[in-house]
Design a protein around this ligand. Sequence first.
Ligand SMILES: C[S@@+](CC[C@H](N)C(=O)[O-])C[C@H]1O[C@@H](n2cnc3c(N)ncnc32)[C@H](O)[C@@H]1O
Length: 332
Amino acid sequence: MHDYLIEMLECPVCHSELSWTVTRSLGSRIEEADVRCTTCGAAYPVREGIALFLTPDLPRNDLWEHVDSGLTTYLREHPEVERQLMDVPLADMAPADQFFRALVLEERGMYGQAKTAEQVANAGLYTREYLACSESQFNYVIERLSSSDGPIVDLASGRGALAERLASRLDRSLVVTDFSPRVLRRNRRWLEFLGLYDKVSLLAFDARRTPFKDRAVGTLTTYLGLSNIEEPADLLLELRRIVEGGFLAISHFFPEEDEANAAAIREAGLSPLLFRRSALDHFAAAGWLMELANMCVGESIPTPRSVLLDGAGVDALPVVETVLQWCVLVAS
Ligand SMILES: C[S@@+](CC[C@H](N)C(=O)[O-])C[C@H]1O[C@@H](n2cnc3c(N)ncnc32)[C@H](O)[C@@H]1O
């Protein structure tokens, strides 16, 4: 993380000042530090340049931890599957297996080949309409942010589809965040490979309990981050506390009458922000003003399952074919 962030941060548990002992830095970048709350004593380390502001009190389901370690263990125990996953020509594989090959290639530091495998996989995992709607939202966000300045905080960045575009197309500092340290470590290596790491800080925190001071964040973004946050009860209040400027949330909504997907969404605890009416009600109840910009609709299908890895899936939703309504939820 870069040292400009120090004055934007506070204890995510009790909101008090932090005391910083930096033990290794490179220019303005803090590589290793021990951070402690001056009131409640909670400790937050910075390791490998990644600031870890995770609090112990919230239940978390870190899927990157499960997927990465599960995949590595499975392949170690099944060398014949590993050979098929890595040696068969890419074009002959199922899209989900192309995606899992990309994950393994990344783990081995073969980023160029990983990028190709992921691009090929995406063309088979998602419909053309899904990819077009998604790309249109990226372009809209970039265009809107190209005329302002200051750091951008990207929420629930995951593997960084939006973060990578923001870093490559805008001349602004970027804070890439997720509650999974594992995916942030992957992002560091990936952004270094792309030559984009210089302007990026990496922060691990739970979006429901962030380490930012009140109104410290000028611009907040997310690409489908809100719809991945389980039990988002106070999430929008917490985000309103920290945002001074605007929040651009690339979102997609399921049709109200889509019962099969609604049941899966309810079961995953993701209902409030995946249906348009309910999302707007939740934003309004948390005191946000908002508009839905750049609307488009596109067919979406369940991502086809792996052939080699016991039917493993890529995305949990949709569970049946549907038509998603995409937009950028612009909130202030
Ligand atoms: C799949 S990504 C969404 C796509 C991503 N924003 C992008 O640009 O590629 C969703 C991410 O949300 C993260 N996540 C889920 N719950 C979270 C929470 N409560 N706080 C922070 N991150 C969370 C997951 O670890 C996951 O990496």
